[in-house]
Design a protein around this ligand. Structure first.
Ligand SMILES: [Zn+2]
Ligand SMILES: [Zn+2]
Length: 290
């Protein structure tokens, strides 16, 4: 704690450098003793809290520490008023404070992420409600439509046999980290469930057939996200091995050709052609009967 008594005595001695009494807030006007306790008048209480008592004990409980202030070592406004002032200052100079915000974020990135996660876990109900409201709003509906469309376009068009062979080619392991499929558990409704691998797009916006598909565990799938293979899966990745990288490369480049089957689209075209033929035949038969 600051020794206020000592400072007050210093103020009274005349001829000391920096005449503290002549400031914007004269010491004697803004300080007084009540029952042997030093009280200080908040300089901004009249503006923000006009109904409340402006005299508060001159301690760190009510005022922020100001080391440059040689009279009592405290700011002229109380903690509540100073937080309001800071908020307004920030609002008036948005551009000026933006760069400081950025620096602060870079310095405290991990800590802020942790607190955010903790806040989300502690307020599950609140976020559930917020999510529901967003999905039902006009903006949310539009966004979800676009999202659904994108997902639908990105779906792999692969036969079950092709997928089985693909997994077999990678020894039933995740192509990136080598996790065996028998250990690919994932929590679902407070239980661990065994899941199939994801059909991973190696090139994010590439083809939807077997040449662009490798089996991947849930964590690798989410970590890769939209990154390209070389950008994400290199020596800086903790799961990287050259053997696995080479295997993925071989699969994309050459080996998928051994397992790929005639395209579904082609088959569909055949089907529609046959249906049309049958319909045509039906009509002709009907005509024959008549
Ligand atoms: Zn105040
Ligand atoms: Zn993996």
């Amino acid at each position: 704690m600051v020794c206020y008594q000592y400072r007050k005595e210093r103020l009274i001695i005349p001829g000391i450098k920096g005449q503290y009494n002549k400031g914007k807030y004269p010491y004697e006007e803004y300080h007084k003793y009540i029952d042997d306790v030093l009280y200080k008048k908040c300089a901004y209480h009249d503006i923000y809290f006009p109904d409340e008592e402006p005299w508060l004990p001159a301690t760190l409980e009510y005022f922020y520490n100001a080391p440059k202030n040689k009279s009592d070592g405290l700011y002229p406004e109380c903690k509540r008023c100073s937080s309001i002032r800071a908020y307004q200052r920030k609002k008036d100079n948005v551009e000026h404070y933006k760069k400081y915000d950025k620096l602060y974020y870079i310095k405290n990135k991990n800590r802020m992420k942790d607190t955010n996660i903790r806040f989300r876990v502690n307020n599950k109900e609140y976020f559930k409600q917020k999510g529901k409201e967003y999905r039902q709003s006009d903006r949310g509906k539009e966004k979800y439509k676009i999202y659904g469309k994108k997902r639908h376009e990105k779906k792999h068009e692969i036969y079950d046999v092709e997928w089985k062979n693909c997994k077999k080619y990678f020894d039933n392991q995740c192509a990136y980290c080598g996790l065996p499929i028998e250990e690919h558990y994932f929590p679902y409704k407070n239980e661990l469930k065994l899941y199939d691998f994801h059909k991973e797009h190696v090139i994010d916006e590439g083809k939807n057939d077997l040449r662009n598909c490798v089996p991947s565990c849930n964590t690798c799938n989410t970590q890769k996200h939209k990154n390209s293979l070389n950008n994400w899966y290199n020596s800086s990745n903790s799961n990287y091995t050259y053997e696995r990288y080479f295997k993925i490369y071989q699969w994309i480049r050459y080996d998928h050709k051994k397992y790929i089957m005639p395209k579904r689209r082609y088959k569909n075209q055949c089907m529609t052609a046959r249906i049309k033929e049958i319909e045509r035949l039906k009509i002709s038969i009907d005509k024959m009967i008549i």
